[in-house]
Ligand binder design. Structure first.
Ligand code: G
Ligand code: G
Ligand code: MN
Ligand code: NA
Length: 254
């Protein structure tokens, strides 16, 4: 209950901030994007992991306001980089089903893009299969509005849900993100490398990019390169870092 009360106040107290984890092109080794990940800087407990508060935010519906804050924050950050002629890469954002279920959320996103004069291809929205499984027409409508705007969609945590091929047909995802549970033992477990290889071939056949998540070692990286995976994200290149560190990574990379 304490957590819930504090979470309710966190927005007005400005206690959230975004971290960024680079996505690296497997062939050029350059940063070609990043996933924005929220952090809560609690006055007593310090940095609280989203694993602790996102589920609570989902339950209580606070995720709607938090999700809106995240989208606005990332858009304003992109605008600020553009204005300062800073190096810019596309940023992906985790989107909760609760936001997609709001009837005018597409309008909200459209407005923010316009206000910040952004090229929509600088944004990618990460959706999980469980979001699509609800099969709500409002979610479908909102996703179509977002796609028509030009924002890219990615299918997150791929392989952990029902991995229904239907979704790949129904929605034109720009990217599939292979869940880190398949990457973890990819070097030692032939099953994992066979599955990963199949996902990559399927994705490429359907004109999608593939990101491997949770890449921690050089051996994993080399194997993913051989399998023609497009991008990697994981501790091997960088953990999620704060804004200042991320900006330094971008500058160092150019
Ligand atoms: O960053 P990791 O650091 O611990 O994130 C843990 C989990 O929280 C991940 O599953 C991630 O998808 C989720 N998460 C992180 N940031 C956000 C966010 O801004 N919005 C939503 N909805 N989920 C997030
Ligand atoms: O669920 P989602 O993929 O959106 O969330 C990303 C989560 O994965 C974050 O909690 C992030 O801190 C974590 N993560 C990122 N890279 C690695 C990695 O290389 N290994 C492990 N174990 N976790 C990672
Ligand atoms: Mn994600
Ligand atoms: Na993921």
């Amino acid at each position: 209950f304490m957590l819930e009360m504090d979470l309710r106040n966190a927005l007005s107290r400005n206690e959230f901030c975004m971290y960024f984890q680079p996505r690296v092109d497997v062939f050029t080794n350059k940063i070609v994007g990043a996933e924005a990940l929220i952090r809560w800087n609690h006055k007593e407990w310090g940095l609280v992991s989203p694993q602790e508060f996102i589920p609570l935010a989902e339950e209580t519906g606070l995720i709607i306001e938090i999700g809106n804050w995240v989208v606005r924050n990332v858009c304003e950050q992109l605008r600020s980089w553009l204005e300062n002629r800073h190096q810019v890469v596309p940023i992906s954002i985790n989107i909760s089903p609760k936001n997609l279920l709001k009837k005018d959320w597409g309008k909200y996103v459209t407005e923010i893009i316009k206000t910040n004069k952004l090229d929509p291809t600088l944004l990618e929205f990460e959706i999980t299969e469980s979001t699509l499984m609800q099969n709500e027409h409002i979610v479908r409508n909102t996703l179509n509005i977002i796609k028509d705007l030009g924002i890219k969609l990615s299918l997150d945590d791929f392989g952990t849900g029902f991995s229904s091929i239907t979704y790949l047909k129904q929605y034109q995802f720009h990217t599939i993100k292979i869940d880190r549970s398949f990457i973890k033992n990819i070097v030692l477990d032939p099953q994992d490398s066979v599955i990963t290889n199949a996902i990559i071939e399927l994705a490429h056949g359907l004109n999608m990019k593939v990101v491997a998540e949770g890449v921690e070692t050089e051996e994993q990286f080399i194997l993913l390169n051989q399998l023609k995976c497009d991008e990697i994200q994981g501790f091997y290149f960088s953990k999620p870092v704060c804004l200042e560190e991320f900006e330094m990574l971008l500058l160092r990379d150019r």
